[in-house]
Design a protein around this ligand. Structure first.
Ligand code: FES
Length: 97
């Protein structure tokens, strides 16, 4: 596993919704309140870009067919895959193969 920096902690703000590509991984980092969620950016229904979705609180609406995902449910069956957010000093990142 290799740690990949995504962005600095001082760049995190409420409502952040930013997409990253690391190798074959398409990631979406979302900030709600004091929580950060790191998801697969591709919708589990048909692969639309969740980075273009609409965020309302914890609810992320897919731009493809309108399915609404609760960020707190990510990683469960039928939900976007969830990655563990990691910290390294002033950086937010993720460890990937
Ligand atoms: S691609 Fe997301 S709801 Fe269909």
């Amino acid at each position: 596993m290799t740690f990949h920096r995504l962005l600095r902690l001082d760049q995190v703000h409420e409502g952040l919704k930013t997409r990253f590509r690391i190798g074959r991984h398409e990631l979406l980092l979302v900030s709600v309140g004091t929580q950060l969620f790191l998801l697969d950016a591709r919708c589990p229904h048909a692969g639309s870009d969740l980075g273009r979705g609409t965020l309302t609180g914890y609810q992320l609406r897919c731009p493809g067919h309108g399915q609404v995902f609760d960020l707190r449910e990510a990683g469960r069956p039928g939900q976007p895959a969830r990655y563990i957010v990691e910290y390294d000093g002033a950086w937010v990142g993720v460890s990937l193969d």
